[in-house]
Design a protein around this ligand. Sequence first.
Ligand code: FAD
Length: 417
Amino acid sequence: MSKATSLEQHYIIGGGIAGMATAVYLIRDAGVEGKNIHIYEQLGVAGGSLDGSGDAESGYMIRGGRMFEKHFACTFDLLDTIPSADDPSVSVTDDIMAFNRMVPGSSNCRLVRDGLPAEDRYDLTLSAHDIVDINRLILQSEAGLAGQSIEDWFKPSFFESNFWLMWSTMFSFQPWHALTELRRYLRRFIHLFPGFTRIAGILRTRYNQYDSLIAPIITWLRDRDVKIATSTQVIDVTIDGTRQDRRVISFALADESDVQVSEDDRVYLTLGSMTGATTQGANNRAPDLHDKEGGAWTLWRKLATQNEGFGHPEVFCGNTNKTAWHSFTVTMNRPDFLSLWRISQTTGRAPEDLSLSLIQVGRCLSSCSTSHISGAKNTVPIPSGVTVCVVTDQATSSRNRCGRRQATRSSQSFAGT
Ligand SMILES: Cc1cc2nc3c(=O)[nH]c(=O)nc-3n(C[C@H](O)[C@H](O)[C@H](O)COP(=O)(O)OP(=O)(O)OC[C@H]3O[C@@H](n4cnc5c(N)ncnc54)[C@H](O)[C@@H]3O)c2cc1C
């Protein structure tokens, strides 16, 4: 990138961690002044998928648990720059490392089957054939895998293995998902295999990820005059020129205003998708099953229709039944729910310190994590005695075993107290 001038404006569409990282790097590495950076976020709060909201009265909502490990080089490079919420002399990276030295993320029992620790919980129960299939996949070039699903590659018995139970719930895979995606994850996380049955090597943040990651970045950006416009949806982007030589000339906001973009300005689209089109239920109401597309998918579809080279959004959002996932957050004043599942006895962890335990009941499988420490500086404080538990529901080996159909385009969540 050429040297920044004081006139050029930088427009970032999407206020998730990708958009915020763009702003941090523009300031830190490209010398752009914060006042010339504008982030547009359609929701009322920035942070995208790294969310955490609610309170002990009305219930918390965290749409899922996101795992880190120490080789997240780009993430930690970003977080090295950002002071932690509790102690500005310590970076967010150092805070995460210190917390994980104090509370290492390891579980005595990741697999709870029918209320008891699974006897074979330290065994991946892969057959020799399965191991060969995994190795073949890792070594295969991606080009030859297009259009294949995971179930096209593996024998049916693979989907009954403990490896698949743990892997699929950890990374939200289903047998009908893309084989290329599984290959990418296998290659990316292969070094975690030795501690996999104990979830060793997975790092956690001190608080919920909004408070530990997003809130400190927002503070850093606001201190540098970056403008973060929340509740501001971009509904169209006008691009001029050919694929080789094109540029954004304007974009339109949902309030019907337009932003004109000069030749010197830059536009960055960081729309995400994973929690796009979330549908939320309540204590007494399941999430609506209507097929709501949401700002990220709508804009991507428009861009792909009108311009060459913007990919194929329909591959990802064209069949909601196959791509949606389901999670719920439980807020507990007493540890009844976890006692019911005998969590402490089976995992050997305190109820408020549960990292990704899998609870298998018949053909249904839930991946369950609880948050650890409440903090005075949290924007989402958790009072002492209250435990928040995030559960991602997943069927095990064949489709629709839990009798539940999922309906939003990419995700839906159920907030329960
Ligand atoms: C349940 C779950 C589990 C996950 N597990 C892991 C994990 O274990 N490890 C890991 O590394 N990652 C994990 N991830 C993925 C990780 O959270 C995401 O990759 C990351 O947060 C994506 O950041 P992003 O900024 O690209 O997108 P997002 O976080 O989706 O942010 C995009 C933002 O753009 C906004 N936006 C979209 N369209 C528009 C528009 N038209 N106008 C204005 N704003 C718009 C959205 O509202 C959103 O806030 C998980 C995610 C979820 C949901």
